[in-house]
Design a protein around this ligand. Sequence first.
Ligand code: SF4
Length: 477
Amino acid sequence: MHLAVVDPGWSLQAWRERARAAFTAGVAPEHLQWDSDAQLGLALASPLPEVSEAGSAVTVPAALLELAGAVVCHRDPGRHALLYRLLWRVAQGERRLLERATDPDVVTATALGGAVRRDSHKMKAFVRFRQSGVGEDAYVAWFEPDHWILDRVSPFFARRFAGMRWAILTPYRSVRWDGQALAFGPGGVRTDAPAEDAQEELWRTYYANIFNPARLNPTMMRQEMPQKYWKGLPEATLLPSLLRDAGGRVRDMAKREPQAPRRRIPQRRIEAVPQEDGGLAAARALAADCRRCPLWEPATQTVWGEGPEDARLMFIGEQPGDAEDLTGRPFVGPAGALLDRAFADAGIDRAAVYLTNAVKHFRFQQRGKVRLHQRPDAGHVRACHAWLQREIGTVRPDAIVCLGATAAAAVFGAGFRLTGQRGAWHTLGNGVRAMATVHPAWVLRQPAAAQAAAYRGLVEDLRAGNEGRAGALEGSG
Ligand code: SF4
């Protein structure tokens, strides 16, 4: 009897080395004990001889290798022996063994592999990073996997959050990412990870806003988001009340008459933007009647810019959203709330800056009672550009910060690429300095685990925008 020790037990590489040694030595599965299932026979078993890579005498089919990569991460103590049995049988001539779906070894291996893949999927979906301390530039998450999957899933997080410094702690092992490489270490306890951070209130507000009780299917929800993961999710504190109130909210929605937005647009048609002077108030009054593109028709009203006429810093977004369309003010919905917070963190006084949008009417798609945001197309941006120019020409800010790709295209032209030129300063034809960053709505759309880094990037860009304005002032002095 021989003994094969796989260390660590979830390493496919370690299992392959032991399996290769056993196979090369001609050890049949019934004469081989594997680490965790070999306790009783440990004293009687002899270790396998070492064998070099070149000494391997078996070619493993890709499908078996792929299955083995998942199965080896399962907690089942018999998994190593099971995989060796499959390998042995394939090498003995059963080349199409994995296609025999009723074979007991294939059935077991498929079930174990499926469980590991499901666990990996849950980890990708439910890991939530939290800032490791106030002002800290590092994030920590706690997760309790069912199987030994940390090594298997960590490369996913390294790719997804390559720009963050983060760590994931589990009860059996931990992993850290410093922006360059993954480093594995010992496991921890739940209290080693931060319980909550400043971003979570924001995330909960957003989650409560987008939660649609009419679409709720509690059975499906509990299947997809088992309760054991709730303790790591910021939104979990909201779920009991959202679930409890869902029925009543749906009944209220059904009873309510559809509310057509109150229209404030007169019927007069204006094709061109009049060039009369008269400041922002006059331009705003003219824009209220604008029919230069079809967006005016389903919208409630023109949403003009807001801020002092002599503001030194101007922010340009994409278009009004649902809340802006109803109130007639820019940046008052969820994205506006996030922008307010980012302004505060970047040291910018909202009351001192001019805020507007590249397109002044809300473009949306009506789905039942819900109006879904639709990005304006290039024709809408072109049609509305005259109004934006009036605002820029009247305010004459020292610097402009474009929020999102649509605003950037309106200011710099259609060839501008936000991904490549984010944060770079340009001087416009009128001498105004301008740069572009992401839209706050983009930050809200990021998965919870990526929101903190996305938010931090936005704040840094806003701060740079404010400093760029100061630089413009110094330059002009
Ligand atoms: S989106 Fe702009 S151009 Fe189009 S109707 Fe509204 S104000 Fe006029």
